[in-house]
Design a protein around this ligand. Structure first.
Ligand code: S2G
Ligand code: ZN
Length: 467
């Protein structure tokens, strides 16, 4: 093995090939602590060319690789085994070019998402991908998992934000697909095979990102409603009042808001009582627009008159906007104060969300009456994190032992409503069973054919996404 490591060091340099167990910990820790991960080592290539040489070297030695960005994935997509090498892209962290006129940014895969957002803002533009892990996740990982986040409603998933990518293939060849054109209609659109492939078809090393006008005007409101159906009625009226400039429309359950207010230091109840459901609504405009604000106020007043809305607050300042938006982030963190949590990342047609919710609540109540639904999510995209926290008096590990059964209950209901068992977090190793349960044999055959075409020897993130 030392000959192998020396070979890697000859490519990336001595200090960029790490095998000491104590130094590997942060690369083998899995976000939700569900999997034991280990590896034979981690390499940090400093260029696309070094990634190519590492892959060729590993291919020649039959060594499987696990590509890794910020290691913030929730589905075990970068879990590795003692026989596998982690290829971490953090050294590829250059912002190569910002083109204001073309409204594109060319970046290396290891750029931290928050740094990309900042670089766009410095250029008076917006890179709209926004999610809880943005301070540590890398754009290569966001692309590899087709990350969603809270602005999908207005700007789409990562897939919609990428014009071109550079990928190193399983045989070391580099596909330089850094297309900066909005129109390039030349055969199969290969980038879309790699976006969302979770490192199983190639290692993404750079990308061309779409940028948008920076929203100089942002109207953030928090609204209390009685039912999810009322929330959807509100969404329709806010889309109309904002001329479809609704950027985010996030749903939070009473349980999630109560838990955040109770356990998260900077949180307090935004109203004088709690409501069954809350909406965080964000409307963006290129500059402050008093008429737009007035239309939003009118829409909320009308919804209050029509008993759709129980209470609402529109932020009066940037700091108040930030505080309202922080509530949505804090409910995610707050879950851990309730003990074990069984997670879901489902999507259903938006009009089916109320029926999905009713069915899912009923199914959990029938299966485990003391379990506590803790739903929140991106209502505007029909993407719900219908998470279940443990009964207070149940042992955490005993509860988590019900993970697959409870997943099946919830995923079956999503499937019943023609939904998806994976809306934005991807498959990793967590949802391999679901792939085989809910996808047709034809689709699975096609996915396996693509995998064997691009990675015939199974050395790129083996065992992830598709078996
Ligand atoms: C969200 C974050 C990850 C999680 O907050 O929308 O995607 O565990 C989630 O829920
Ligand atoms: Zn989410």
């Amino acid at each position: 093995m030392s000959e192998f490591i020396n070979g890697l060091r000859a490519i990336v340099g001595d200090r960029h090939a790490v095998t000491r167990k104590d130094a590997l910990k942060r690369f083998t820790e899995e976000l939700r602590g569900r999997y034991q991960s280990d590896c034979m080592g981690v390499v940090f290539p400093g260029s696309t060319e070094e990634v190519s040489r590492v892959i060729r070297f590993c291919a020649a030695h039959g060594m499987a690789m696990v590509p890794q960005g910020g290691n913030t994935g929730a589905m075990g997509g970068t879990v590795s085994t003692p026989e596998q090498l982690i290829v971490n892209l953090q050294r590829l962290d250059r912002i190569v070019e910002v083109d204001r006129v073309n409204q594109t940014m060319t970046v290396q895969a290891g750029c931290i998402l928050a740094n990309i957002q900042e670089a766009a803002k410095d250029a008076g533009l917006l890179f709209p991908l926004s999610l809880g892990a943005q301070g540590s996740c890398q754009i290569g990982g966001n692309i590899a998992t087709n990350a969603g986040g809270i602005n999908v409603l207005q700007y789409g998933n990562t897939r919609d934000l990428v014009l071109g990518i550079e990928v190193v293939l399983a045989d070391g060849r580099v596909w330089q697909g850094l297309n900066r054109l909005r129109k390039n209609n030349t055969g199969y659109d290969l980038r879309h095979l790699f976006i969302g492939s979770e490192g199983t078809l190639g290692i993404i090393t750079a990308a061309v990102l779409k940028l948008f006008p920076y929203p100089g005007g942002r109207i953030v409101s928090l609204i209390g409603v009685e039912t999810v159906s009322a929330a959807l009625e509100l969404m329709v009226s806010m889309k109309s009042a904002s001329s479809d400039r609704l950027t985010s429309f996030e749903l939070m359950s009473q349980r999630s808001v109560e838990t955040a207010v109770t356990h998260m230091a900077q949180q307090r109840n935004p109203f004088d009582r709690f409501y069954p459901w809350y909406i965080l609504a964000v409307v963006d405009s290129t500059e402050p627009d008093p008429q737009l604000r007035s239309r939003i106020e009118t829409a909320l007043e009308q919804a209050w008159t029509d008993s759709i809305v129980r209470d609402a607050v529109i932020a009066e300042s940037e700091s108040q906007s930030a505080r309202l938006m922080l509530l949505r982030e804090d409910i995610v963190e707050a879950q851990k104060f309730l003990g074990g949590s069984i997670k879901h990342d489902v999507a259903v047609p938006i009009s089916c969300v109320p029926d999905f919710m009713d069915s899912a609540y009923r199914a959990i109540r029938d299966y485990m009456p003391e379990a506590i639904p803790y739903p929140y999510g991106h209502l505007g995209d029909g993407n719900l994190h219908f998470n279940i926290t443990q009964p207070p008096n149940m042992d955490r590990e005993v509860f988590l032992g019900h993970w697959k059964t409870i997943n099946t209950l919830v995923h079956d209901i999503a499937h019943h409503y023609h939904g998806s068992f994976s809306a934005e977090h991807g498959i990793g190793i967590t949802k391999l069973d679901e792939m085989e349960k809910y996808k047709s044999e034809t689709e699975l055959d096609l996915l396996r054919d693509i995998k064997s075409l691009f990675d015939p020897h199974g050395i790129l993130n083996p065992g992830k996404v598709i078996r």
